[in-house]
Design a binder for this molecule. Structure first.
Ligand SMILES: *Cc1c(COP(=O)(O)O)cnc(C)c1O
Length: 406
């Protein structure tokens, strides 16, 4: 059942911020107070009709929603089976789904009287989306980013700087997403009164997983109505890539009561799930554990610490995953499959060359799974893919990988 606030009851937390055994609230007293302020503000905001009219207006006239659902006919034909449909989040202003929750988070920060938003970023997409929303609403923005990702995703770093955002390079550890989260959190701890922590996915302590899912649920609500209108029926499969899991939960939420729809999250298998440290297939290879203030499936190393991870897509290389996904896996509500770096690159090129759509490397994981699955299913079946973002940010990197083959 979809509750009044737009999320299906199956993915709502209890009063302790738990989804089944996953998620949870933060223990540290100062942080707990700050999180409670965010949670109270969120619950109040979503009851306010003024917020809803402001959000509706921004999503329509600033982001360009609704994003279309597109029938990828040539890609489908090439796979020789089911019809593939793309929910075109890549067409949003700033090029990905992240603007949906960044607008919500910055509206909330402003409502709470904060001067500044702080966050981590992996591929830089969350950083750009947050810097955009902060510029729009006149708040300062501070983004922490691993130096490995800064080198790989430099166009997004330039964008953030142009938008007036302070980019903090993080060089500790593997210098990617997880370290950026740690660094951003430390900075936030020193300025709890003036700053709002704007997490970039359905991860972290309560209320973030629920709140980010709430802001992303627009994707699924639109997509379900659009595909029904287009095809007269529900899709057989809906799929999305899973880093933290925000674009996936945003799509999946609207289909959780549809027994005929198979829900599939696609994780990055990197160089293979059997190569330790060279994948980020958290659901496939993780164990129940804790990371950064919440419980979820997590990849741990021999010392019981979150392990080094890898994916060709910077936005997916995180050793944890959202608590809703962890719980959906255990409840059998959704299943989780993998795509390797190599499959991702194949899908990236296939979509570019057959449809003229250059996807984000993150999104290409979902496309890779859809292509594999389409080949197995009859032509009367339909697969709906969340095309979470566009690949402009990845083109130089792909060129270095595939240069000779292009
Ligand atoms: C950040 C990002 C992702 C991964 O984040 P989720 O929270 O798992 O959605 C996926 N696709 C794109 C384009 C991104 O920018």
């Amino acid at each position: 059942m979809t509750t009044q606030h737009g999320l299906n009851a199956q993915i709502l937390p209890n009063d302790d911020g738990l989804f089944g055994q996953f998620g949870g609230k933060i223990g540290h007293p100062d942080l707990a107070r700050a999180m409670q302020e965010v949670e109270d503000g969120f619950r109040e905001m979503i009851k306010d009709p003024h917020f809803h009219s402001e959000m509706r207006d921004l999503l329509k006239n600033y982001v360009g929603r609704p994003s279309p659902v597109y029938h990828a006919a040539r890609l489908s034909e090439a796979c020789g089976g089911a019809q593939i449909y793309l929910k075109r989040e890549d067409l949003n202003h700033t090029g990905a789904h992240k603007i949906n929750h960044c607008l919500g988070e910055v509206l909330l920060a402003k409502r709470l009287g904060k001067r500044k938003v702080i966050a981590e970023t992996g591929a830089g997409q969350h950083g750009v989306a947050l810097a955009t929303a902060a510029a729009l609403m006149g708040l300062e923005c501070e983004i922490h980013m691993g130096v490995v990702d800064i080198a790989k995703e430099h166009p997004n770093v330039s964008r953030m700087k142009i938008l007036g955002c302070k980019v903090v390079p993080v060089s500790r550890g593997a210098a990617t997403l997880k370290e950026a989260v740690d660094s951003a959190f430390e900075s936030y701890m020193g300025q709890l009164d003036e700053a709002f922590f704007a997490i970039g996915s359905v991860v972290g302590p309560a209320p973030y997983p629920e709140m980010v899912a709430y802001f992303q649920s627009v994707v699924g609500h639109e997509a379900r109505a659009q595909i029904l209108e287009k095809t007269g029926r529900l899709p057989d499969v809906v799929c999305a890539c899973v880093g933290g899991g925000s674009n996936a939960i945003g799509l999946f939420n609207a289909f959780l009561d549809d027994a005929s729809v198979r829900i599939v999250g696609v994780e990055p298998a990197g160089e293979g799930v059997d190569v330790p440290g060279r994948h980020a297939a958290t659901m496939t290879r993780g164990v129940v554990g804790e990371i950064q203030g919440f419980k979820c499936y997590v990849l741990l190393d021999d010392d019981g610490e979150p392990s080094a991870v890898h994916s060709i897509a910077s936005g997916l290389d995180y050793p944890g995953v959202g608590p809703q996904h962890s719980n959906m896996k255990d409840m059998g509500i959704a299943s989780y499959e993998c795509a390797t770096d190599a499959e991702c690159l194949d899908a990236f090129l296939a979509l570019s060359r057959l449809e003229g759509i250059i996807p984000a490397l993150e999104s290409a994981h979902a496309v890779a799974y859809a292509m594999r699955e389409a080949a197995r299913l009859p032509a009367t079946s339909a697969i709906l893919v969340n095309l979470s973002g566009r690949g402009d940010k990845d083109i130089d990197f792909v060129l270095t990988k595939l240069g000779d083959k292009l």
